[in-house]
Write a protein that binds this ligand. Sequence first.
Ligand code: NDP
Length: 505
Amino acid sequence: MSDKNIFTTNTGVPVDNDLNSVTAGSKGPTLVQDIHLIEKLAHFDRERIPDRVVHAKGAGAHGYFEVTHDVKKYTRAEFLSEVGKRTEVLVRFSLVSGEKGSADSERDPRGFSVKFYTEEGNYDFVGNNTPVFFIRDAMKFPDFIHSQKRNPSNNLKDADMFWDFLSLTPESIHQVTILFSDRGTPSGYRNIHGFSGHTFMWYNEKGDYCWVKTHIKTEQGIKNLTRDEAVALAGKDPDQATRDLYENIKQGNFPAWTVYIQVMTPSEAKSYRFDPFDITKVWPHADYPLQPIGRMVLNRNPENFFAEVEQAAFSPGNFVPGIGASPDRLLQGRLFSYHDTQRHRLGPNFQMLPSNMPKAAKENSYQRDGAMRFDKNGSGPNYWPNTFGGPAPDSSYTVPAIDISGMAARHAYELSDVDFVQADALYSKVMTDMDREHLIGNIVSHLNGAQKRIQLRQTALFYKVNAGYGERVAKGLELNLDDVKRLTSMSQEERVKATSGESKL
Ligand code: NDP
């Protein structure tokens, strides 16, 4: 073998020339026998993998999580078992509804996913920069995303679709209020929080469990763009958030987050004033204070974006012992959908890709074969039970049982005035005058693009949150306030009837 740095084909064969195709004579056509050319073109033709259907554009970095407080009474998770313990993490931040080429400053929630490479296997935190979500039943998810993306007839983003769906989905109002505040246009990924949104089960060695929400709060401080700044930046530097993360890590200015939990006992959950498994609601801090548990630092950029970030596959279903699912209906849908979409995007063996395989634990399963199985494909028996020394399940890892009963039916979440209470708390108690001014301006400039009847239906929802909120949006849109008030006094069903049917999409 030569020491020379010789360019080879993918099969390791030396390449003699990579500038000229083999042709029949100096003026003649290319010959199919130029396998190197054919391989080169064929691979190029297949370089793109499907975009994520949501969260297509993202940026990522490596780092670590360190435990700062003892949480052993809540969870048996080994990676949380000792103060000072560090676990390697991979984080991917993203836009939600934008495509891969979207501008980083677009109004959109931001995805905030963390893969913890623990000694008990990989645990994924798959959250957003907002503590709540637009819907609470996975049945609505594809429709919600369709409405936020492009009109299938003209391939344009469409304010009618956007607001038609949201105004027909009043439980979205809390998240809409957050999205249209300046937190909907964060200045970069270093300046956002991450929220689990969902409630999860944490359980300890004894099998005692509690319900937990996780908050990952930026130590860089929240920083947002105004509407005008976000629009300008989309033209000037559409990759600004990606660049900001990369450059800061490169310069040794490592971003960090403090990790907190809120903890609710199962008996409290039975009588709490909000449904603790409804992702359109937070647990107010006064009821459930944040308890610090750790700190996360990002200190290493990817060396190859495709290998380390694009191929990273996160799922809220990647649990480790000590952390499990809750009855949250949207979570239940996500537990299926995340792995499913990765099988489509990356293939059935996506868990074996370097970013997704366990690093501190070892995979030891009965899964074999499948497209792109590129390791030794396991050894020993490929079925369980067996008497040939194959790996055996260990019942000491049993997840605590929870009592669930009821009639199997399509139970609707009953829409009630409780769905407006937390958006009101945000609007009237948390926001400053300037926050409210920006919120109204952001809503008006976007809702303005929708049909009048849809504007009225949505503005009635803002009015239901808070009369001042509704009045200011109505004023900005030049709507007749009496019409808004009339719609507000109706049930959602009547309101929809009164604002439907006159024009087509
Ligand atoms: P608190 O006053 O204790 O907390 C208010 C929270 O709101 C803070 O976490 C603050 O984040 C956050 N906040 C400030 N401005 C915005 C914004 N434009 N969009 C989203 N969040 C914002 O109040 P409560 O816990 O009683 O909650 C009141 C309301 O605050 C909720 O209805 C909800 O809308 C919002 N909120 C509550 C959270 C919770 O888990 N309880 C989490 C986030 C928001 P920061 O500390 O970074 O300034």
